[in-house]
Design a protein around this ligand. Structure first.
Ligand code: SF4
Ligand code: SF4
Length: 242
């Protein structure tokens, strides 16, 4: 969630959250926008930090938010905010954006972690614009603070929090499906198997995670799942619901 803050000078994230009227209870990390441009983990919310003058955004992340996705968004926002065309600010920012976008879309490569580790500090030092330097700093910082969440996107093509939309899967609950067929009509990818009065089944290989079936189901029988998947039959079975 984003909060607008107006604070300059020394403070703590705890104080900023209180000023913004936000609870720190379920917040695992925050991002303070440019020019402060820093991630802070919950265990450091009480530590003093220097906030740059001007209106800024305080972005909070909860347990179900993915910090790889969060970093990707921050890098993309910083890139959009600058017109700098220097090699490290522009080209480096582009490279990091592509790498992170791929990782959030199940296309991460193990070698890209080392690439980011090499490129980010160079950008921080060599980029001409402040935003380019901030991109380098944010990437190094996020890898240090949230490596356990970010690295599996590259090493195993997994999202530990399932916060990345591409890693979520859709399933039909046997206990709720009436076999009405409305989900099949809503699916443009032919990813649903079923017939009247049979529990429908989603073919995960064909599903593009568009969410149209979930919207179309009048019974609330379709759910979006993260790491914990509901048990579903491999093929349609007669409906169990009375
Ligand atoms: S999420 Fe989209 S692609 Fe997947 S089964 Fe539902 S409608 Fe089809
Ligand atoms: S999942 Fe929903 S829309 Fe699809 S057949 Fe079952 S009840 Fe109907």
């Amino acid at each position: 969630m984003d909060y607008t803050i107006n604070h300059a000078g020394a403070t703590t994230v705890s104080a900023l959250l209180a000023e913004a009227g936000a609870s720190a209870d379920e917040v695992k990390a925050v991002w303070l926008s440019y020019p402060t441009a820093t991630f802070v983990k919950a265990d450091s919310f009480g530590k003093e930090l220097e906030v740059a003058e001007g209106t800024a955004t305080l972005r909070t992340y909860g347990e179900s938010d993915c910090m790889c996705d969060a970093l990707c968004n921050v890098v993309n926002e910083l890139r959009m905010a600058t017109e700098c065309t220097c090699t490290f600010g522009h080209e480096g920012g582009y490279q990091l954006s592509v790498i992170l976008n791929d990782a959030c879309n199940k296309k991460g490569k193990p070698t890209d972690i080392a690439l980011m580790r090499d490129l980010a500090p160079v950008m921080e030092k060599q980029a001409i614009c402040g935003e380019g330097q901030a991109i380098g700093r944010a990437v190094s910082q996020a890898l240090d603070l949230f490596g356990a969440e970010i690295e599996p996107h590259f090493a195993k093509r997994q999202c530990p929090t399932s916060g990345c939309a591409a890693f979520k899967t859709y399933h039909v609950l046997v206990s709720k499906c009436t076999g009405c067929g409305k989900c099949i009509k809503a699916c443009d990818d032919d990813a649903i198997l079923g017939k009247a009065k049979f529990v429908h089944v989603i073919n995960q290989k064909k599903c593009t995670q568009c969410g149209a079936c979930l919207e179309a189901c009048p019974e609330g029988a379709i759910v979006r799942a993260g790491n914990k998947k509901p048990k579903t039959p491999p093929k349609p079975i007669p409906v169990k619901r009375k």
